[in-house]
Design a binder for this molecule. Structure first.
Ligand code: C2E
Ligand code: CA
Ligand code: CA
Length: 565
């Protein structure tokens, strides 16, 4: 009999162990229920209840969510054991088991086993809830509308040629919305936005999607068949503004891109760039409220062709320069490294990356530029080391275009070793990928680099393709949190962005990742970052990307001033 009991415990432990290995999946509630059922049968329990509280205050007041894992429906029950789990964000989960009053009390050993099972299960549930909450916050805004990240995710999921056959993309803004707010009040304005959004969702149906970029500006993808109805609605519609039936008249200016068959969306800008351009023209109104992109496609192509043609000569003439943006440790004020950013000096002007990087990314031209940048950086580091300067770790951006190159890591190592630069001085910044194939390549590259002692960072975390899974599965060293995530001055601590930011920092810590916050511009932001325990920052508050000689002055400087009131 005892043997059978031990065997059952052994099976239970196995199940518990398997729970800890499926952290990348949504919580498997049936599995948890099965485990709790098993415990309850073995230990003669009557009921098991889990509570979730957002913070200790809510716990004290009993405001939270409840999940009942099992219940035999007995009436005369009493609690026999509770475990309590506090996450590092101070959210709290508790689990309590009950027995009927006439049941024999648990032995010490039974209690120990129950406790272990409860703790493991609870830790698992809490961790997965954290992931789900972070994802929800990531993709919806304060008013419950899908946000820009949601839109990017949608684009990322549809990245095969032909995924957008027969579809159209639209960016639009509601005209004179301030007047609606004035006439119907803030609550009325919110109601109009909500009703408007819901109507658009109905028109575009399941295959499409609409997100709010912010304020009264939206982007949407729909079937070309639904376009007439959608544009008709955007042209002029009476939208309910209060429960008594009062309506507001809404019209929009819109830029529309009718996506040609076979079109591939490899970066969001393939769509965003086009709808934004046509939207800008619609906004001015010279060509009417609705402007279709197709008219302008040619000039865009021409511009790209011109830049691609100029590249070889520009590389040869040394027109591409490395600028360095310092990374600062906000606790000590020390310069702890820099990001190398490309600047093109052409015809007496500096061309910013946004004007040529996306164009070079359309072909593999970008790879030549990236290797050129890495080489310049290695040359500079060699020079600094020879002069006894300490540059910290310098990060170099690598386009996703490189991922299919099987020799990539060999080439990187060859360049670094050619300048005899110790590997610890180089970090490679990569953005996240979308498809499974790319994902495998990315994982392999990161692992290979790590084997060679070269750090890697996830760039632009928070925009585009952020998948929490990818963060867990690939052995990154650094998470670079995009500035879109960083709360503004005076932004409430309860805003979706603030809450999510907090979660991201906590998650990075839990996963043992270094975290660097990009785009920090104000002292108030710095103060908040310090309170959240962030260490490294890169942003205009300390320095913009600097030309070589300016950056070298920073290397000679003792420390940044990180003291404030
Ligand atoms: P990124 O990798 O996210 O680089 C950070 C960008 O944010 C830089 O823009 C930087 O100047 C800007 N930034 C830094 N701090 C602040 C701040 O406090 N406020 C604001 N508003 N902006 C800040 P930059 O240099 O124009 O580069 C734009 C993008 O071009 C980069 O974004 C990167 O994706 C790409 N890029 C630049 N150089 C290279 C390169 O050599 N190779 C590749 N593949 N991409 C590059
Ligand atoms: Ca970067
Ligand atoms: Ca970035």
């Amino acid at each position: 009999m005892d043997q059978e009991k031990e065997y059952r415990f052994f099976r239970l432990y196995e199940q518990l162990a398997s729970l800890t290995q499926i952290v990348n999946q949504k919580p498997e509630i049936p599995k948890i229920e099965a485990i709790m059922n098993e415990i309850s049968v073995m230990l003669r329990l009557a009921k098991g209840v889990t509570h979730f509280y957002k913070n200790p205050g809510d716990e004290q007041r009993g405001i939270g969510e409840t999940m009942c894992s099992y219940d035999i429906g007995a009436e005369n029950i009493k609690p026999v054991h509770t475990v309590r789990f506090v996450t590092n964000l101070m959210s709290i989960s508790t689990m309590t088991i009950y027995m009927t009053e006439d049941e024999e009390p648990l032995t010490d050993e039974e209690l120990f086993k129950a406790d272990l099972a409860m703790r493991t299960t609870l830790a698992f549930i809490s961790r997965n809830r954290l992931q789900i909450i972070a994802e929800e916050l990531a993709f919806f805004d304060d008013m419950g509308f899908r946000n820009i990240r949601s839109f990017f995710k949608f684009l990322a999921w549809n990245s095969k040629p032909g995924d957008f056959n027969g579809m159209a993309a639209i960016q639009y803004n509601l005209r004179h919305f301030a007047l609606v707010n004035e006439e119907h009040g803030r609550a009325g304005g919110d109601m109009v936005l909500k009703n408007h959004y819901q109507h658009i969702e109905t028109v575009i149906g399941k295959g499409g999607m609409v997100s709010r970029l912010g304020g009264d500006t939206f982007v949407c993808v729909c079937k070309q068949n639904d376009l007439p109805e959608l544009l008709d609605y955007l042209n002029d519609a009476a939208v309910l503004a209060n429960p008594n039936g009062k309506t507001a008249n809404i019209s929009a200016c819109a830029g529309v891109f009718q996506i040609p068959d076979g079109y591939t969306v490899s970066v969001p800008n393939d769509i965003m760039g086009k709808i934004m351009q046509s939207y800008q023209i619609a906004k001015v109104g010279a060509q009417g409220n609705i402007v279709f992109y197709s008219d302008m496609m040619l000039s865009d192509k021409e511009r790209a062709g011109k830049i691609q043609k100029m590249l070889p000569e520009a590389l040869q003439n040394g027109e591409f320069h490395v600028f360095y943006q310092p990374k600062v440790n906000i606790i000590t004020g020390e310069l702890c490294g820099a990001e190398a950013l490309c600047r093109w000096f052409h015809d007496g002007k500096i061309v910013p990356p946004i004007e040529f990087i996306p164009v070079l990314e359309e072909t593999s031209d970008i790879c030549r530029l990236d290797f050129h940048m890495l080489e310049q950086v290695c040359k500079h580091i060699r020079k600094w080391l020879d002069a006894g300067k300490k540059p910290g770790r310098i990060s170099v951006n690598l386009s996703r275009r490189h991922m299919t190159n099987a020799q990539l890591v060999d080439i990187i190592i060859e360049i670094i070793d050619r300048y005899d630069v110790p590997h610890k001085y180089i970090e490679i910044e990569l953005t996240e990928t979308t498809t499974d194939v790319e994902f495998k390549d990315l994982k392999r590259v990161v692992e290979d680099l790590q084997e060679h002692g070269i750090c890697t960072s996830v760039d632009d975390f928070g925009i585009g393709y952020s998948s929490l899974n990818l963060i867990r599965v690939v052995p990154w060293d650094v998470l670079k949190v995009d500035r879109i995530f960083v709360p503004m001055d005076n932004e409430s601590r309860e805003s979706a962005r603030s809450v999510m930011f907090k979660y991201v920092i906590a998650m990075a810590k839990e996963l043992g990742l270094e975290c660097i916050i990009e785009g920090v511009e104000t002292k108030a932001q710095l103060k908040m970052l310090r309170e959240l325990g962030c260490e490294a920052v890169q942003g205009y508050l300390f320095d913009k990307p600097l030309p070589l000689d300016e950056f070298e002055k920073r290397l000679d400087m003792q420390k940044y001033d990180v003291v404030f009131d």
